[in-house]
Write a protein of this length. Structure first.
Length: 116
């Protein structure tokens, strides 16, 4: 069984920064990719950024240059540094981990609120 626990969400003023963390624990094999998604009220969940075990990254066009995904393989942890946050980025942020020969797992989500 695999558990993902996110932390670091909260309320931040427009233009501010937050750093999200997500730690995987349990019966973990090789984590192939880790990613951050977000879901705003009334909208579909969307991919924010993804990182492979080797460190290759990709991110949504809307966050490029502002958000940075990173991971620590020794800690099975993924991070999302978010700068210049905007009100439209208010959402629940979820992390996911895809584990070799196991599947994809999700965290419970952490709320990020950017008041307008």
């Amino acid at each position: 069984q695999v558990q993902l626990v996110e932390s670091g969400g909260g309320l931040v003023q427009a233009g501010g920064s937050l750093r999200l963390s997500c730690a995987a624990s349990g019966t973990i094999g090789v984590i192939v990719t880790m990613a951050w998604y977000r879901q705003a009220p009334g909208k579909q969940r969307e991919l924010v950024a993804i990182i492979t075990r080797g460190g290759s990254t990709n991110s949504a066009e809307s966050v490029k240059g502002r958000f940075t995904i990173s991971r620590d393989n020794t800690k099975n942890t993924v991070y999302l540094q978010m700068n210049s946050l905007q009100p439209e980025e208010t959402a629940v942020y979820y992390c996911s981990a895809t584990i070799l020969r196991s599947g994809t797992y999700w965290g419970q989500g952490t709320q990020v609120t950017v008041p307008s």
